[in-house]
Design a protein around this ligand. Structure first.
Ligand SMILES: Nc1ncnc2c1ncn2[C@@H]1O[C@H](COP(=O)(O)OP(=O)(O)OP(=O)(O)O)[C@@H](O)[C@H]1O
Length: 578
């Protein structure tokens, strides 16, 4: 047990001054020059997963506020968090008797119980099988019926409440979740779920003494961000619980963060620690952190013209999707009302709205996933036809979808390669339809031409959105062939997001829907995606795109490129001027 916090008899009598200060005031103590290894990686040839600078240690002291910033795809940040959870080996070991967590050791508290991680990384819902996320659009399964109140272990409305329950309810109220307490937890939107999980993590009993919180603000709407940020600050200053935040290189660092640990990516990456402002926060390619302006076409690949006639061009084609006075209701809960919207070929839409305003529900009508899309008949036309007249596979082929829901529910099976996952995009399915004959003998010309096109598209998409475009340090860029062979399940989360984006785009579908795909990506990946989507070869004039993001900077286009905005407010939607 490396965390080494219990006082060992042989350590008794050793002075607390081994660290040069009161150990009760040291939260984390990683020894100077520490190297971090995966268990099993031993011997002189083993490469550390991470390392500190020679002669430099990492101490977090009581009263300081730290953020761990991942500058690559984010796998370095995850590795550092895992290290703090005791899942990797630190060499040399944090010195006994106080070990990695002196503040816990002086109170004989077990770090396995009092240090925890709140991460929004993929949590398998259906194991290696596809979990049908459309279950949350109404027909909730019996096993999913558990309410938010039950998940939070809160008493019923007329039952007595403890002070802890009251605190929890107060936090839920501040984050606008009280009215959702008696809904099935699965019905909550992504942002609502995130907020509920944050409240649950800080109110858990026994309360953690140190909570590692990875990217708590991602996916949270702009209007709740200040409330959530100030709540996080209050938790930390009251040590209820102390927080260690995980951020991406391009996330804004809250004012109250005093120190940063900047982690690179890949095996052997360096951890640089110090006061905020003293440690440069740079992506692996050493470029400074900057977004390509949403209204600029400065990406090298960009051919997108700022032609004023662009809007006219769009209106020329028949709408790909058409909603006329559409409403969606669950029981007496009206989630969407009177939505009228036409999406034409070539149009670029930013769909925006606060958490729970109905964005995902609206998109599920466009994809035909929503059960109520069948009964809308002529009020919802997809590619000119009502939903019930269209085969599902026709829609999954014509609508390229990448979203948090797809990410969360995508089956993770070993043996399914990156190439397999991207190729699934040709039909938008979750399994790969193997080609009938690899020799090509009993195959007609049409099928052969289709295969050729698919192979070319695969190559095209990987060369434009693959690792060579992510601003990785050159030594970390795998060869394309090797990347395509990798098991999808073993990729870091940010790379899985990229592969699912490639799956959505590979078939050149007429309608592309990207719902918060940037949330899980590194800065280099966001940049590559923007460069590609703003280029003519990335997204053609015959294709339409709808993107959802809480950050305007993440939207690839500006009004000059014909971007239009559809805004949802409490289920009511309309086009607004940018
Ligand atoms: N089965 C259901 N029963 C009742 N309400 C539901 C159900 N499913 C969804 N809702 C509610 O519908 C609203 C819209 O959810 P939706 O997921 O569309 O929001 P969103 O705009 O995508 O939010 P976010 O930005 O957090 O992803 C939410 O308030 C949600 O709680």
């Amino acid at each position: 047990m490396l965390l080494c916090t219990r006082r060992l008899p042989q350590c008794y009598g050793r002075s607390y001054s081994t660290l040069g200060h009161d150990p009760a005031k040291v939260v984390v103590n990683v020894p100077a020059g520490a190297q971090i290894y995966r268990f099993g990686d031993v011997g002189s040839n083993a490469t550390p997963a991470l390392h500190l600078k020679k002669g430099k240690g990492w101490q977090i002291r009581e009263g300081e506020t730290w953020a761990v910033i991942g500058t690559g795809g984010g796998s370095g940040k995850t590795t550092l968090f895992k290290t703090l959870l005791g899942q990797l080996r630190i060499s040399p070991i944090p010195p006994p008797p106080h070990g990695l967590y002196p503040f816990l050791a002086t109170r004989s508290l077990d770090p396995y119980q009092f240090v925890s991680l709140l991460s929004f990384a993929h949590r398998a819902r259906g194991g290696s099988e596809f979990y049908d996320f459309s279950a949350r659009y109404g027909a909730v399964r019996e096993e999913d019926r558990i309410t938010l109140r039950q998940t939070m272990k809160l008493p019923g409305p007329n039952e007595p409440m403890s002070p802890d329950d009251e605190r929890e309810l107060e936090l839920l109220d501040k984050l606008g979740l009280t009215s959702l307490l008696d809904l099935p937890a699965i019905a909550l939107s992504n942002g609502q779920t995130r907020k509920a999980r944050i409240v649950k993590a800080v109110c858990r009993q026994p309360r953690p003494e140190l909570l590692l919180m990875d990217e708590p603000l991602t996916g949270v709407d702009a209007s709740t961000r200040p409330t959530l940020t100030s709540l996080l600050e209050t938790f930390h200053t009251r040590a209820a619980p102390r927080l260690l935040l995980g951020l991406r290189a391009h996330d804004p660092i809250p004012d109250w963060v005093s120190h940063v640990a900047v982690v690179g990516d890949g095996h052997g990456a360096r951890v640089q620690t110090g006061r905020k402002g003293d440690v440069p926060v740079e992506s692996s390619s050493s470029t400074t952190v900057s977004f390509v302006s949403s209204s600029s076409s400065s990406s090298p690949d960009s051919n997108a013209s700022s032609s004023p006639s662009r809007k006219k061009e769009e209106e020329a084609g028949e709408p790909l999707a058409e909603l006329n006075d559409v409403g969606v209701k669950y029981g007496d809960r009206q989630v969407l009302s009177s939505i009228t919207w036409k999406i034409h070929p070539g149009s670029r839409w930013h769909l925006r709205g606060s958490n729970g305003s109905g964005k995902t529900t609206l998109l599920s009508l466009l994809t035909g996933d929503h059960p109520q899309s069948y009964s809308l008949r002529a009020k919802l036309l997809l590619f000119g036809k009502p939903r019930y007249q269209t085969a599902t596979v026709e829609l999954t082929t014509k609508v390229g979808l990448a979203s948090t829901d797809v990410f969360d529910s995508f089956p993770r099976r070993s043996g399914v390669s990156v190439e397999d996952v991207i190729r699934m995009g040709f039909t938008g399915t979750y399994f790969l339809q193997r080609r009938r004959s690899s020799s090509g003998e009993d195959v007609d010309d049409e099928a052969r031409a289709k295969w050729k096109w698919e192979d070319e598209r695969l190559e095209h998409i990987v060369s434009h959105l693959g690792p060579s475009r992510w601003d990785l340090t050159p030594s970390l860029v795998p060869a394309t062939v090797e990347f395509l062979k990798r098991d999808f399940v073993n990729l870091p989360q940010s790379e899985q997001y990229m592969v699912l984006l490639m799956r959505a785009l590979v078939g050149r579908p007429p309608l592309v829907i990207l719902d918060e795909v940037w949330a899980g990506m590194s800065e280099g990946m966001v940049r590559a995606t923007k460069a590609y989507l703003t280029s003519e070869e990335g997204l053609g004039r015959d294709q339409a795109a709808v993107v959802v993001s809480h950050l305007v900077e993440e939207v690839p286009w500006g009004s000059e490129e014909g971007l239009r905005m559809f805004s949802l407010d409490n289920g009511e939607g309309k086009e607004v001027q940018i």
